[in-house]
Design a protein around this ligand. Structure first.
Ligand SMILES: NC(=O)c1ccc[n+]([C@@H]2O[C@H](COP(=O)([O-])OP(=O)(O)OC[C@H]3O[C@@H](n4cnc5c(N)ncnc54)[C@H](O)[C@@H]3O)[C@@H](O)[C@H]2O)c1
Length: 396
């Protein structure tokens, strides 16, 4: 595809910014449009607002040249392509909020113009693309609408854009063709599907991972309830046994996507997605399993100071959104003398230094498996659902 002008709506976000950087690296002229003024300013200064591998040098190389950021929505009017990758959280009743995307289209309408390609890349409720295309047609006719879901793993996006196949769909054949041209600048692995298939496909990806993590977490919980070290069993059965190659370790399955996308699929399936909903109960219940184990193995908890190492939703990342380490902290705070939290990459009012936590805690829990913790040899007993330290899955 020849270099084109691209506006990335939500381009300050965790996956929007890497995408904007990748387009800029491929020679396109990119404008980030985002409501987060602080993040827009950081990007304009050439500073990454969060951790993303290899992104900082790319940002410095392109900002002020073929990449800029603004909070002004009218900036989309000058772009040939508008990519929308705003957040799509579920509401307090675990329901999708398609109306927020509709509101965004309404607000944006006056700035959109016929002939543009509008690529929806947020993870959406099935049928949302067709619905938004109708809304767009009323507000700003003559726009090609495509849905091309984002499937990268946060933190590894820049590498994965070129490694993973891109799912490409369009409301019309022309929209799909234009989307294919756009993503063809990253990879020649393009998989063409219908919008509904792409929407479901993305939700299947995240629900599948969520369910697989839940399976490991339920086996882990079963072992803990019997005082058995899950990793003695896991290590024995996964060794040189290819059929179990996809059997993950236990650990918190959380973050901004897996839970909410499983719930989007549950809503689509009239709350009859029993496997996904059970996965939610298992994964969200893991902090309670850990607390119950500590109650029994580190009694009396009221006299214990517990240290949590790692507060992000996954290892070697600085994102604390929807992290179950905070649920663990909340539960422990009700029962322990004190809970001290530290993290290698994230900061907050809760933050203590690693040295302080190691000095003051009676018992440690791994809350996020940052690689740095692997080398620790703490004097205390550690509860480590990932077995990062190699002491097993029980308090040891
Ligand atoms: N985080 C991931 O690993 C990941 C992976 C694949 C897909 N996704 C999907 O991508 C989407 C974005 O996720 P994220 O984690 O990057 O979220 P995020 O919250 O980090 O980023 C969303 C961005 O959208 C901006 N925004 C919100 N409303 C806006 C508006 N009206 N106009 C302009 N900007 C607006 C926010 O300020 C924010 O910068 C979601 O649908 C998510 O499910 C995320």
């Amino acid at each position: 595809m020849r270099p084109t002008t691209i506006a990335v709506l939500g381009g300050c976000g965790h996956v929007g910014l890497p995408l904007a950087l990748k387009f800029a690296e491929k020679g396109h002229d990119v404008t980030i449009v985002d409501i987060d003024a602080a993040a827009v300013e950081a990007i304009a200064r050439g500073e990454m607002p969060f951790l993303e591998r290899d992104a900082a040098p790319l940002l410095r190389a392109h900002v002020g040249n073929n990449l800029r950021a603004t909070t002004d929505p009218s900036a989309v009017s000058g772009a040939e392509v508008v990519v929308c990758i705003v957040g799509t959280p579920i509401d307090e009743h675990l329901n999708p909020q398609v109306e927020k995307l509709v509101g965004l289209i309404h607000d944006l309408g006056p700035h959109l113009r016929a002939g543009q390609l509008f690529v929806l890349r947020s993870t959406v409720y099935p049928g949302a693309t067709a619905h938004l295309a109708r809304v767009l047609d009323e507000r700003a006719p003559g726009i090609d609408v495509a849905f091309c879901p984002e499937r990268v793993a946060q933190g590894h996006a820049l590498r994965e854009f070129e490694e993973l196949p891109q799912l490409v769909s369009g409301v019309t054949p022309r929209a799909r063709e234009r989307a294919r041209d756009l993503f063809g600048c990253m990879t020649d692995k393009l998989v063409e599907v219908e919008p509904l298939e792409a929407e479901l496909g993305k939700l299947f990806c995240n629900s599948w991972r969520y369910i697989v993590f839940a399976a490991a977490n339920q086996f882990y919980s079963l072992c803990v309830s019997h005082g058995i070290d899950f990793y003695r069993v896991w290590g024995a059965i996964t060794q040189d046994y290819p059929r179990l190659a996809g059997f993950p370790r236990a650990g918190f399955a959380a973050g901004p996507c897996l839970f909410k996308d499983t719930m989007q699929l549950a809503a689509f399936y009239n709350n009859e997605f029993t496997l996904g909903q059970s996965a939610m109960l298992v994964n969200e219940g893991l902090p309670r399993v850990l607390v119950q184990h500590l109650r029994e193995a580190a009694a009396p908890l009221r006299e214990r100071t517990v240290g949590i190492l790692g507060m992000t939703f996954k290892g070697d990342n600085d994102d604390t959104r929807e992290s179950l380490a905070f649920k663990l902290r909340k539960l422990l705070a009700l029962e322990c003398r004190a809970v001290l939290c530290t993290d290698e990459l994230a900061r907050g009012a809760w933050w203590r230094s690693l040295d302080e936590v190691l000095a003051q805690a009676d018992v440690l829990v791994i809350g996020a498996p940052h690689a740095r913790y692997r080398a620790l040899t703490p004097r205390q007993r550690v509860l480590d659902p990932w077995n990062l330290l190699g002491r097993g899955g029980l308090l040891a």
